[in-house]
Design a protein around this ligand. Structure first.
Ligand SMILES: Cc1cc2nc3c(=O)[nH]c(=O)nc-3n(C[C@H](O)[C@H](O)[C@H](O)COP(=O)(O)O)c2cc1C
Ligand SMILES: [Fe+2]
Ligand SMILES: [Fe+2]
Length: 397
């Protein structure tokens, strides 16, 4: 079986089609891959590992490439357990391997796995340091907060291959091939935006800093820790990460609503209809209790406007909307337009709460007049919803 990506660099990762929700939060309809790589040179380096559950397969993948030779270096670009989970086990099979990481890597490693406690088993590197494996000359570049403080990438200057950690990664297991030019990549583009918005979305500024550090560097292969190895689509992937980390979006409207008895939902329909009549073509609607927020966040990273509406619930905001607000607010999203609506039966809180959230947290551009309905749509509140939809359309187009 050929596992070679480019000269002496091999894919040894695994596919996870067992897990339903990543981080206990994000659905995985197409699964996810944990990518790991071997550089099979005079010295053998393993780049990142995989979740511990997949260890038997992982070990087999490694042995398929190196037989009974020993691993010299284990490079740890990122300590999140989806990549570091097999470290303690791999050290038992390859006790002579030196672990390569930066200062922050080892602080975490000792805490998680009690590995790297002995100075002789580690090689601590700083930004820009290099390591020769024989033919392959590696360089380490620290990219903190993409997506943890210890994150770094490893650049093989010989083959112009970037071992990128989570950067440029996406959801979706690998179905046979591992390099983009050997597969149909259709599903991965949406899965990349969803992965980015769900996992890395808060760290737009650090991602921009990382992209600047890498600009001007020749890169022929991007070996991320999730999803395809990028070769043919490097430009598209870089452009997508650049766009997402700048929070740039295309014209379109995401309408999110909560509703218990259908009245708030009807208001959402009126807003959508009015925006459509005023010419907006990209409109997506989500019931916040039914659509997993993973997909809502992905749409909010795609489109430049949103309308949020919910019932008043026990003198506060409908819980699923409250949770969505916290998820949006935690991602430092910039440059979005916001419309607000809400409902109540005796004393309204929903509109007020969403407004307060925007003033204190999201700071989006408020468009139109918030529409507040009482019990059900009246002639007057229907007009208010129509006006809101129209105002959103005017500000989008
Ligand atoms: C459990 C529960 C708590 C509610 N709490 C409030 C409240 O504190 N203040 C209020 O004015 N209406 C309250 N309501 C009424 C809802 O806000 C009202 O049913 C809703 O706005 C109508 O929209 P819907 O048909 O989309 O659910 C409550 C309703 C339920 C079921
Ligand atoms: Fe991560
Ligand atoms: Fe990851």
């Amino acid at each position: 079986m050929n596992t070679e990506i480019t000269s002496n660099i091999h894919y040894v990762g695994v596919n996870d089609r067992h897990k339903d929700i990543f981080e206990g939060l994000w659905p995985l309809p197409y699964g996810v891959s944990y990518n790991s790589y071997i550089i099979n040179d005079e010295k053998i380096a393993l780049v990142d590992t995989v979740e511990a559950d997949f260890f038997p397969q992982y070990l087999d993948n490694i042995r398929q490439v190196i037989g009974d030779r020993q691993i010299d270096y284990i490079i740890v670009n990122h300590m999140e357990p989806d990549h570091s989970g097999s470290l303690a086990l791999i050290k038992q099979y390859y006790p002579g391997a030196r672990i390569v990481g930066n200062k922050k890597t080892f602080d975490m490693m000792r805490g998680y796995y009690h590995v790297g406690e002995d100075a002789s088993e580690i090689l601590e590197v700083k930004n820009g340091d290099t390591l020769s494996l024989g033919k392959h000359e590696l360089q380490f570049v620290l990219i903190p907060m993409v997506h943890w403080p210890e994150t770094m990438v490893t650049l093989d200057q010989t083959t112009h291959t970037l071992f990128a950690g989570d950067a440029f990664g996406c959801f979706g297991a690998l179905n046979g091939a591992f390099v983009d030019s050997h597969m149909n990549c259709d599903i991965y583009w949406d899965e990349m935006r969803r992965y980015y918005s769900n996992i890395v979305g808060k760290y737009g500024v650090p991602v921009q800093q990382a992209l600047k550090k890498l600009s001007g560097v020749q890169i022929d292969y991007i070996c991320s820790t999730h999803g395809p190895v990028w070769h043919e689509y490097i430009e598209r992937v870089m452009a997508e990460y650049n766009r997402l980390s700048l929070y740039n979006a295309e014209p379109g409207l995401v309408i999110c609503y909560g509703s218990m008895y259908g009245n708030t939902e009807r208001a959402a329909e009126v807003i959508a209809r009015a925006a459509s009549e005023a010419g907006v073509k990209n409109i997506v609607m989500h019931d916040v209790s039914r659509t997993n927020h993973s997909y809502i966040l992905s749409d909010i990273f795609k489109y430049n406007a949103m309308v949020l509406g919910a019932p008043t619930y026990n003198n506060g905001l409908y819980p699923q909307m409250e949770s969505l607000l916290s998820e949006i607010g935690g991602r430092n999203i910039k440059g979005r337009k916001l419309g607000i609506f809400g409902s109540c039966t005796w004393a309204g809180q929903a509109v007020k709460k969403i407004k307060e959230w925007n003033e204190t947290t999201a700071k989006f551009e408020l468009v139109g007049e918030p529409a507040e309905i009482k019990q059900s749509l009246s002639e007057e509140t229907r007009k208010a919803c129509e006006a809101l939809g129209k105002a959103m359309a005017e500000s989008i187009l």
